[in-house]
Design a binder for this molecule. Structure first.
Ligand code: SF4
Length: 68
């Protein structure tokens, strides 16, 4: 069975706020460092989540497949 996980590289994030605007259920800005973080791992990867991932201007977000 494979599972998907959202990984956000805060080293790359420039805090543009795009991903939380598109998918606020999955992403939020960590206001202590002004970088995005994963708020909650989604049960399924929705179109909204995919759009947020592809809209990141610095490619900081990836969807990785985990094989259990
Ligand atoms: S879209 Fe990318 S750069 Fe912008 S806040 Fe989200 S992770 Fe950071």
């Amino acid at each position: 069975m494979s599972k998907f996980k959202i990984v956000l590289d805060q080293e790359k994030c420039i805090g543009c706020n795009t991903c939380p605007l598109i998918d606020p259920d999955t992403f939020e800005i960590d206001t202590t460092i002004y970088k995005a973080k994963v708020k909650a791992q989604p049960q399924e990867i929705s179109e909204k989540t995919k759009t947020a991932v592809s809209s990141c201007p610095v490619g900081a977000i990836s969807i990785i497949e985990e094989n259990n």
